[in-house]
Design a binder for this molecule. Structure first.
Ligand code: NAP
Length: 287
């Protein structure tokens, strides 16, 4: 493996999660640092239950420049930061921390990363479009917020636990016409939808034969987007493609949430193509 420069000047970054060994963030960010010739490094940390506060203290004590936070820590971490970006506060989750001389500020780059990926990879313009969200968990919160801010004209949020769908609908109701529904109510609104976004883990490796909803009504006028990126093409997307819908996979969201984090830490444009190439190669190698 190519070895970057590591010395007493190296600027440190990392990701906190539990589990974390599957994470592609270290290879993606280390490739980006190498690409721009930066003396910086990024490492994965397994931060178990009850250890998050101490880990965040470690960012200050060891002068890490930046950290990503992933499952299950994105909500709890907000308690330990000095400042939270206004968008991350509404979303209710932080996935990126910037350390400015001991002052820790939290951001959420998941939603903006998703929208940038949707625009650049599927050519989808959100403004004025009607969206059906499937799922109302942590990732869905960032995506719903970003789509609403981008000008989606209506949003139906369907979730197994309908309370959570209603809660998320009320979070975005100041920006778009929104309602929380159960999956059985999709039949009532399906003629009105332009974009479907799948935000649950159904269909993710190793359960690749699962699909969350009936896809027999999908059609050419729809764009169907899946946050899952392992496999790169889920059963939902295969079925959508077979019915003529435009499809959009979850890898781009992962790349762009990382790109925005990289840009917060370094102040430099992220080398997105190189980051994507590295992650795609790793996913192909492990599939
Ligand atoms: P989460 O907070 O745990 O939320 C999980 C969501 O999935 C909830 O809406 C949950 O419904 C639903 N769900 C789980 N199992 C289900 C089942 N068997 N049937 C119906 N609904 C089910 O997880 P998350 O962080 O939002 O992640 C969700 C997905 O997004 C994961 O696949 C993750 O890999 C993906 N993701 C991708 C990216 C990316 O960069 N592409 C980033 C973040 C997440 P209930 O509320 O009813 O339990």
């Amino acid at each position: 493996m190519e070895q970057g420069r590591l010395d007493s000047q190296t600027v440190l970054h990392g990701v906190f999660g539990d589990p974390i060994k599957h994470s592609k963030s270290p290879i993606m960010h280390n490739r980006a640092f190498r690409e721009l010739g930066l003396n910086a490094a990024y490492v994965a940390f397994h931060v178990g239950p009850g250890k998050l506060k101490a880990a965040v203290e470690g960012i200050r004590a060891l002068q890490f420049r930046g950290v990503n936070v992933t499952i299950p820590h994105k909500v709890e971490v907000m308690e330990y930061l000095d400042e939270i970006d206004e968008h991350a506060r509404v979303i209710g989750a932080v996935n990126t921390i910037v350390n400015d001389n001991g002052h820790l500020k939290g951001y959420n780059t998941d939603g903006i990363g998703y929208v940038r990926s949707l625009q650049e990879e599927a050519g989808f313009r959100v403004s004025g479009k009607r969206v059906l969200m499937l799922g109302a968990g942590g990732a869905a919160r960032g995506v719903a917020y970003a789509l609403a801010r981008e000008g989606a004209s209506a949003m139906w949020i369907a979730n197994r636990t309908v309370d959570k769908a209603e809660q998320l609908a009320s979070t975005v109701s100041g920006m778009t016409s929104s309602s929380g529904i159960g999956y059985e109510q999709i039949a009532d609104i399906r003629g009105e939808v332009d974009l479907i976004v799948h935000n649950t883990s159904v269909g993710m490796h190793p359960n690749v034969d699962e699909v969350l909803i009936d896809t027999s009504w999908f059609h050419e006028g729809l764009t169907v987007s899946d946050l899952v990126y392992n496999p790169l093409e889920t059963r939902l997307l295969r079925e959508a493609k077979a019915r003529g819908a435009r499809t959009h996979g979850g890898l781009g969201m992962f790349i762009y949430q990382g790109a925005y984090a990289f840009e917060y830490w370094t102040g430099l444009p992220a080398p997105v193509a190189a980051m994507r190439e590295t992650v795609e190669a790793a996913l192909h190698a492990s599939s």
